[in-house]
Design a protein around this ligand. Structure first.
Ligand code: GUN
Length: 292
């Protein structure tokens, strides 16, 4: 079994980006600037956004954190987005999800200028992705592709089973794994809450990408020998022994599934750090496109 070490690979990617930023500085060019908007005080969301800002510092980007109260109206948020769209200093920005109930998420995502949509959630960018056009690929799927590529995991002709059809991970992943090229050329099955007999499907999978948010959902009995496992789950599970009072737990019963797997991502230290590194990559691309 080989571990797909997202922590290590994400450091390599951030080093590559930092080197690009260094060159920009030496040429007297503007460095990439990412803004992140967060509405409300959800602990996990604040942690993720904090990690994104920290990553900007690490690679030499400028960053702006926009914190809005949980009572923010849709109109107020749309106004903020308009400001960020029009601000030439900002190369790319994200609106951290989920948003409070009074705000229509789709309406907000559609208000983001596609050329600054470094999350790749705008329908124009999502459509381009599905049509194999050059665009911003959502950071988590982009990170998974990068991990598969850097570990040279064969995907051609393989049966990839994606568990979960979220707009952020499952749905784009199912499209990307079936595209021409590497990583891709897979035969893809997208499973979700209405899928019947899921074990029958997962036990035929060569590659399983699980983005469900149910701790330890995928058991050893559900997979075949030499399966490749990508665990996108990051659920906080209460644990008194831990300093923080919780541990981050994946969708996969790692101890048992790893005994059968050929490659597997750990949680934490697998997909999570890759997501942040690829957001940095997309922000660099946003800056470079403006230079052209
Ligand atoms: N919430 C969970 N994942 C993400 C992500 O990749 N981007 C944003 N904006 N919100 C998220």
């Amino acid at each position: 079994m080989q571990l797909l070490d997202g922590k290590k690979i994400s450091e390599e990617i951030k080093n590559e980006i930092a080197a690009e930023v260094q060159k920009m500085k030496e040429n007297g060019e503007k460095v990439p600037h990412l803004a992140a908007v967060i509405v409300g005080n959800d602990g996990a969301s604040l942690t993720y956004v904090g990690s994104k800002v920290k990553a900007c510092e690490r690679v030499g980007f400028e960053s702006t954190l926009v914190k809005l109260p949980s009572t923010t109206s849709e109109t107020e948020l749309l106004k903020k987005i308009k400001e960020l769209n029009e601000d030439d200093a900002i190369d790319g920005f994200i609106v951290q999800l989920p948003l409070p109930d009074q705000i229509d998420t789709q309406k907000v995502l559609m208000a983001i200028d596609p050329s600054k949509d470094v999350d790749g959630f705008h329908p124009e960018n999502f459509g381009k992705m599905a049509l194999d056009m050059s665009t911003f690929i959502p950071a988590t799927p982009f990170g998974i592709l990068e991990l598969l590529e850097r570990y040279n995991v064969e995907t051609k002709g393989k049966h990839t089973v994606v568990i979960g059809r979220s707009h952020i991970v499952g749905r784009p992943m199912s499209i990307l794994m079936g595209r021409k090229g590497f990583p891709g050329n897979s035969t893809v099955t997208l499973t979700h809450s209405h899928t019947k007999n899921i074990t029958q499907i997962t036990s035929q999978a060569d590659i399983i990408i699980t983005a469900l948010g149910v701790p330890n959902y995928l058991k050893a009995e559900m997979v075949k020998d030499d399966v490749v496992i990508i665990d996108v789950g990051i659920t906080r599970v209460a644990d008194e022994k831990s300093d923080k009072g919780y541990v981050i737990t994946g969708d996969v019963d790692f101890d048992n599934v790893s005994k059968k797997a050929s490659f597997i991502t750990p949680v934490p230290g697998g997909v999570g750090p890759m997501t942040i590194a690829m957001l940095m990559k997309n922000t660099l691309l946003a800056r470079e496109q403006k230079r052209l």
